[in-house]
Design a binder for this molecule. Structure first.
Ligand SMILES: Cc1cc2nc3c(=O)[nH]c(=O)nc-3n(C[C@H](O)[C@H](O)[C@H](O)COP(=O)(O)OP(=O)(O)OC[C@H]3O[C@@H](n4cnc5c(N)ncnc54)[C@H](O)[C@@H]3O)c2cc1C
Length: 501
């Protein structure tokens, strides 16, 4: 791609055409500008030297083309980049960048459509679905830009573990080979997996310490426990993320879509995908009683007061010899806002301070059996405790007219985490997006609107039972009296959940 005055062009675009169609400059002025910089009338953008691109950018920035072009509906502001770039979204080592097919007016398609088809795809959110989608676009050589509100993957100071199970075949199909071969890097405890250890996801009565249930071991082929942050890092390989870009709203024009950000910038694209949908460090000795129950993950409910807990290993020391390294765990304690102690938390008009949250957690832990009491009490003073208010929704299954944007992952189907299904759905969303939508993104497409109907219908039908079952599992986690071996919370994890509305 070449950036001229903030607009990106495929290398095959004629300079003359980019000036006249995109910047809204008349033929005489474009001729003059090209002559001034010794540009051949049929020169393509890709043939321009860096210095000429800079000269052109400087020249264009002195002209009031933007507003003029806006009035003609042909251009909108698209960032401020003004340099020529190699396609940063292309792995220079393993895959040589191929040009997007040149769009010419000979194709019989209106020139404006061809120009707009050269705009990048916009992705909002560098989470699991956004980054996986970016990898698909890289493989398909479709230009894209990805925006993330945070300044880094660790900006919020915390992360969590993800169990990937029924989406693993989809993930293996979606990951390029060089990333698939590195998937083990994302495991929370790679050594344990190599030693053949596996989780049974045991469930305990936190009040008595008695084990109530669990699931059979499956092995690495069918289930893995990954760190979300490490998976993001892997998926971000060769992807140029625009950090600190908090999406505000979109304008959906007939010819393009414009994403507006909190910092006042706007980016123009051909289609937009909305993919915008905690930890404690302990020594090996402190982790041992919990690891003895399960090496990766366990959960439970206190039969005395219906408080629920799950603890999930986020990171193990990289090697057994490395005694200085600590185990990193996430502990999630939750309760119904209709029951104490969380009723008082919900009733309070202001959110609790961090110190108050730590005090509450320590107080709750006093009523747990060992080893849960001791383990939860390890929370250090000053550790940042996040308060999450759980919510869920699903994409509508009707009014599926062709559009220039759609939602992916949690943005399309938020669900509580009690069935560990959200990221699995996000991965399958991207697979269906690739099969049903991305295949229609070729530069010579005859329409600017995308038929997202099949994709959205499939996502809605697939995710609705999971959203409802996850809600049910959340309610069950906070109601010991109603927990049975048939409860969703204790069920095997699968994509198609049996759930009647
Ligand atoms: C504690 C916990 C445990 C979980 N465990 C599991 C599990 O075991 N298995 C499972 O399948 N799922 C699990 N989930 C759910 C899983 O994390 C999500 O379903 C998954 O991350 C969804 O991916 P996503 O790409 O849709 O969203 P995310 O991965 O959440 O990514 C969204 C990205 O968008 C960015 N963003 C948000 N707003 C904006 C904005 N306005 N502008 C720009 N960027 C923005 C965010 O910063 C983030 O980087 C768990 C969730 C939690 C909270």
């Amino acid at each position: 791609m070449v950036f001229i005055n903030g607009f990106s062009f495929t290398e095959a675009t004629l300079v003359k055409r980019s000036l006249e169609s995109f910047f809204g400059i008349g033929p005489k002025v474009s001729q003059k500008i090209m002559a001034k910089f010794h540009i051949h009338p049929w020169a393509k953008v890709g043939a321009l030297k860096n210095a000429t691109v800079m000269d052109l950018t400087a020249e264009l920035s002195t002209m009031k083309i933007e507003n003029d072009a806006r009035r003609e509906g042909k251009a909108a502001r698209y960032g401020t980049a003004c340099t020529r770039t190699e396609d940063k979204n292309t792995d220079q080592h393993s895959e040589k960048a191929e040009q997007v097919k040149p769009s010419t007016s000979d194709s019989g398609i209106p020139e404006l459509i061809n120009m707009e088809n050269e705009l990048p795809v916009l992705i909002i959110g560098a989470g699991i679905s956004g980054l996986l989608l970016a990898q698909q676009l890289r493989q398909l050589k479709i230009p894209f830009q990805i925006f993330e509100r945070d300044s880094s993957f660790t900006a919020r100071g915390s992360g969590w573990g993800l169990t990937l199970h029924w989406s693993l075949p989809a993930l293996r199909e979606l990951l390029p080979k060089h990333l698939l071969s590195r998937l083990r890097e994302t495991y929370v405890d790679r050594d344990a997996v190599e030693r053949g250890e596996d989780s049974t996801f045991p469930f305990f009565d936190l009040t008595t310490g008695v084990r109530k249930g669990g699931v059979p071991q499956t092995g690495e082929n069918q289930r893995i426990r990954v760190s979300r942050e490490r998976l993001q890092n892997l998926l971000a390989t060769n992807v140029d993320i625009q950090w600190g870009k908090s999406f505000k709203k979109l304008s959906d024009y007939e010819t393009a879509i414009v994403a507006h950000f909190e910092d006042g910038t706007e980016y123009r694209g051909r289609i937009l995908f909305g993919c915008d949908g905690n930890r404690s460090r302990v020594t090996a000795e402190q982790a041992a009683p919990i690891r003895a129950l399960d090496p990766f993950f366990l959960q439970g409910t206190a039969s005395a007061n219906d408080v629920s807990l799950y603890t999930s290993l986020l990171q193990a020391p990289q090697s057994i010899q490395d005694v200085d390294q600590l185990y990193v765990y996430q502990v999630c304690i939750s309760g119904s806002t209709e029951k104490e102690p969380f009723r008082s938390v919900a009733e309070k008009s202001t959110r609790r301070t961090n110190d108050e949250r730590i005090a509450l957690i320590r107080k709750i832990a006093q009523n747990f059996a060992e080893p849960f009491r001791q383990f939860v009490s390890l929370i250090p003073d000053g550790d940042a405790v996040k308060q999450l208010d759980l919510d869920d929704w699903v994409l509508p299954n009707d009014h599926l007219a062709p559009k220039r944007y759609t939602l992916v992952g949690d943005a399309a189907h938020a669900m509580t985490m009690f069935l560990g299904a959200g990221a699995n759905h996000a991965i399958v969303d991207v697979l269906e997006l690739r099969q049903m939508v991305l295949s229609k993104l070729e530069p010579t497409a005859s329409t600017l609107l995308l038929d997202i109907g099949d994709y959205q219908r499939s996502v809605a039908i697939r995710s609705l039972p999971s959203v409802l079952a996850s809600r049910q599992a959340c309610l069950e986690a906070h109601d010991w009296a109603k927990l049975t071996s048939k409860s969703h919370l204790l069920s095997a994890r699968q994509m198609v959940v049996d759930f009647d509305d």
